[in-house]
Ligand binder design. Sequence first.
Ligand code: ZN
Length: 256
Amino acid sequence: MDLSFDHSITADYHSGSQIARILTESWVSDNMFCPRCGNPHIKHFENNRPVADFFCPVCNSEYELKSKNGPLGRKVNDGAYETMIERITGNQNPDFFFMSYSKSELKVIDFVLIPRHFFVPEIIEKRNPLPLTARRAGWVGCNILIDKIPKQGRISIVSNGVVFDANNVVEKVNKSNKLETRDMNNRGWLMDILNCVNKLPAQVFTINEMYMFEKELQIKHPQNNNIKAKIRQQLQLLRDKGFVEFLGNGIYIKIW
Ligand SMILES: [Zn+2]
């Protein structure tokens, strides 16, 4: 995998955003493997396809690319808010690639895969409507809050200029698939509990430490009146999916 952009292909373009799109998209076509099946190449869709940017010719997985000059930070701009929410709740969104690149050095810095089953409406932030003076006045865009996604769903392919082994990436994606839940309420709970477990610093933790998140979770889920039971239920689910192990006496261990 060569992290440098091929800037010879942009000679005929002048608009900065167009050049950025061509450089980043052709980098993906030239360098990226399919992180779901390991096929060495993925292909670019014909232009103006609204659903995704790339697909794997072997397993048919679809990918959308979001790229940004400089660090990815906490959030990344995306398109229309309503469309994004509909795609997530209808289980129609593809996997996402997030690329951070250096405009001055013309190369990829970070490249992260976020599998589609980690998307919940909660990570989509509504932006202010465009002002009346704008060409698309009233249009509402969104931001994807990538820092709210549990780390198990942020799979690094390139990190700070270092390329990860492809087999290792495919293995991580396969493991993350075990967390796939189509029902949005269940998915939201699973992501919340996973985030809580990730916040506990030690590998071994107790149910009482998890109960300390009760208040925080109650605010997020006001209709639920037995948060402690929900915590236990979701921990059981994480155990069944191979992410934690139950040691007895309310003690758990993380397995990753
Ligand atoms: Zn594939």
